[in-house]
Design a protein around this ligand. Structure first.
Ligand code: S3P
Length: 169
């Protein structure tokens, strides 16, 4: 398979970059969180509130498996997808993993006006962002390539993804 999986912290631009990238390659774009919401007929926020994070992670893993059976997909994944090593395996077997990164400042700015992310609905989101970034950095480091989007437009990020190599390491 040749799918492109976009991983990375909340607010790094996975969905907007993914849409543009898919358009560019004439591939289908899938937003994994949206697909989960569609299948569950409720929002991520509701899933977290009613059934908790472990339940959401199981759903996420199952839906990732399903979409990975096909090819020519650009898949924007939720920020926590990398925490499960089976998900890394699924993505590596079915394509390439690109991690989008950004500074805590950029992440805070891009996420502060949205309340649909349960993990950032806390008193001190800045602190939470820094903590989660630290905890997750070894997981994001498993990507085939990382691009810092803090100062890049969507178009520039897509160019960086497409430019040098879509080869596996
Ligand atoms: C999460 C990120 C969210 C969503 C859920 C959990 C995370 O997706 O999957 O709220 O653990 O980082 P986005 O990264 O698309 O916001």
């Amino acid at each position: 398979m040749n799918n492109i999986y976009l991983v990375g912290f909340m607010g790094t631009g996975k969905s907007s970059v993914g849409k543009e990238l898919a358009k560019n390659k004439k591939w289908q774009f899938i937003d994994l969180d949206e697909l989960i919401e569609l299948k569950e007929k409720r929002t991520i926020l509701e899933i977290f509130a009613k059934n908790g994070e472990p339940y959401f992670r199981r759903l996420e893993k199952r839906v990732l498996k399903e979409v990975s059976e096909d090819k020519n997909f650009v898949v924007a994944c939720g920020g926590g997808i990398v925490l499960d090593k089976d998900n890394i395996k699924t993505m590596k077997e079915a394509g390439i993993i690109i991690c989008l990164a950004a500074s805590p400042e950029a992440i805070l700015e891009r996420t502060s006006s949205y309340l649909h992310r349960p993990l950032l609905n806390v008193n001190n989101p800045r602190k939470q962002i820094e903590l989660l970034l630290k905890l997750r950095s070894p997981y994001y480091a498993q990507a085939d390539k990382t691009i810092d989007t803090s100062k890049l437009s969507i178009k520039e990020t897509v160019e960086k993804i497409l430019k040098p190599a879509l080869k596996k390491k």
